[in-house]
Design a protein around this ligand. Structure first.
Ligand SMILES: [Zn+2]
Ligand SMILES: [Zn+2]
Ligand SMILES: [Zn+2]
Length: 485
């Protein structure tokens, strides 16, 4: 039977409605909105659906208005995150029981996962939706019954990509799987898969190049970062691997091998591809390792130095970013770290909460080994950031990262920060180069002053901000950070 049209007691629009709430007939839209947005009841202070009028004429929960609690979860009575007859938490518990089994039978690593998910500070209904994904559902069920090992090897079997990566990171965060450098692990699998598709004589070349050339460089560079590589390095290495695989398979298509490759065939290939660098590295290594003849790769000259901003542009960007309220706070702070302190994005996103220290009114950040006191407008933004509630991700409690990312246990992606800043007209590399040039010029001036000045010369012109006193509120903080005196 179609609902009759009434004037809604909440939005006052004429609309069909079959619910009698808030002292009148209300429309379907208002009903859903009330149910979706429980709030603190002014009478009992519980988080409830506020859809009733109590005997003093105030809006309240059903109980305080002496009505039946029609919204309450039929298991626990909660009115939060409602879905059907249950609350989100009961729905999640039920889902996890279906997937992983009962308390007594659940293997300890999966019990960790259940604990992690049931205490995650986010809407449990979105976790339920995630658990419904076919590959997540199937993998967890089979790990629960022992048909698949609770191991990284199981995740390796899923189609590679961000979904599988998210799943793996979550299992690591929940202490279901041991920590590993996730991107490096994925890169190794990627190289192996590509090598397996190459002709027999070339498959070992791709693997050996990766093992003996690429991996040692990555290990050396990322030894201090829990041994994982950044997403940018991962993406670059993946395309370099593809370029090398294409090259090796092209050689096979010419009816020859890397060992017999001659200069004119190589020149022909190099003249027709964009990806010269990965090929040059491979050929150089093959020549040195006597896996190929003496071949010349004609390495290209190094490109022009990166462009810079003018000093004015640098300050304009700084002031604009200080007031760019539509940009995420984390991204603004990271941008200011680049503009003022010449910090590379890759370093800023890896700062941890332990790198920040509060001493009374001053706030310091350990960019390098020496803590740097932040200039006040930036310090204030960082205080706001530190005081903000937990982000939407799965992470329980506070992340160790200063700028938490979307992936469980990950910091904010530098690529994302770069994208957001460039959307706001800021090119981080230009900003850093300009700032570094300014700092070094400043340092030169100071050195020459120190040499020529008499002991009584007042040093009231210290720092960039003082020279920019007309408009800059920022104090130069680089003395400790660039200890070149
Ligand atoms: Zn309405
Ligand atoms: Zn109440
Ligand atoms: Zn419940």
């Amino acid at each position: 039977m179609p609902a009759t049209v009434h004037t809604c007691a909440r939005c006052e629009k004429a609309a069909p409605g079959r619910y009698f709430l808030l002292g009148g007939q209300i429309c379907n839209t208002c009903y859903s909105s009330l149910r979706r947005n429980p709030a603190t009841c002014p009478s009992c202070s519980e988080t409830r659906v506020l859809a009733y009028i109590n005997d003093r004429g105030d809006v309240s929960c059903a109980e305080c208005a002496g009505q039946t609690r029609r919204f309450a979860c039929s298991t626990c009575g909660s009115e939060r995150f409602l879905t059907g007859t249950h609350c989100g938490h009961c729905r999640l518990n039920q889902r996890l029981q279906e997937l992983l089994g009962n308390d007594g039978s659940i293997p300890p690593p999966l019990a960790n996962l259940r604990g992690y998910l049931t205490t995650a500070p986010m809407d449990p209904r979105s976790i339920v939706r995630w658990l419904r994904r076919e590959e997540i559902d199937r993998t967890l069920r089979q790990m629960g019954t022992g048909n698949l090992p609770i191991a990284h090897a199981t995740i390796d079997q899923l189609p590679p990509g961000p979904r599988a990566r998210y799943f793996r990171r979550l299992l690591i965060e929940a202490e279901t799987l041991p920590p590993i450098p996730v991107l490096l692990h994925e890169l190794n699998i990627f190289v192996d898969t590509n090598a397996a598709q190459l002709p027999r004589e070339h498959a070992p070349i791709l693997r050996r190049f990766h093992r003996w050339v690429v991996l040692p460089q990555l290990h050396q560079r990322y030894r201090d970062n829990g041994n994982d590589i950044t997403i940018g390095v991962f993406t670059n290495q993946r395309s370099a691997t593809l370029a090398r695989a294409r090259f090796l398979s092209w050689i096979s298509e010419q009816g020859t091998t890397l060992a017999d490759l001659d200069q004119s065939t190589l020149d022909y290939y190099l003249a027709h591809v964009n990806a010269r660098v990965p090929i040059n590295q491979l050929v150089g290594w093959a020549t040195r390792s006597r896996l190929a003849d003496e071949l010349d790769t004609h390495p290209q000259p190094i490109g022009l130095a990166p462009s810079t901003y003018s000093e004015n542009e640098l300050w304009e960007h700084t002031h604009r970013l200080l007031e760019a309220y539509t940009v995420e706070l984390a991204v603004r702070i990271i941008g200011l770290f680049a503009l003022i302190y010449a910090q590379p994005l890759g370093h800023s996103v890896r700062l941890t909460r332990n790198d920040v220290n509060v001493h009374g009114h001053s706030l310091t950040v350990a960019f390098g080994s020496t803590p740097v006191e932040l200039a006040e407008p930036v310090a204030e933004l960082l205080r706001q950031h530190l005081g903000a509630p937990a982000r939407r991700g799965f992470a329980t409690g506070t992340s160790r990262w200063l700028f938490e990312g979307i992936m469980p246990g990950e910091h904010l992606s530098p690529a994302y920060a770069r994208l957001r800043l460039s959307q706001n007209g800021i090119r981080v590399r230009h900003a850093r180069t300009t700032r570094l040039d300014l700092l070094s010029a400043q340092q030169q001036r100071r050195l020459s002053r120190t040499r020529s000045a008499s002991p009584s010369t007042p040093r009231n012109n210290d720092g960039l901000a003082a020279e920019e006193s007309g408009r800059a509120t920022l104090r130069c903080v680089t003395d400790e950070y660039f200890p070149c005196r």
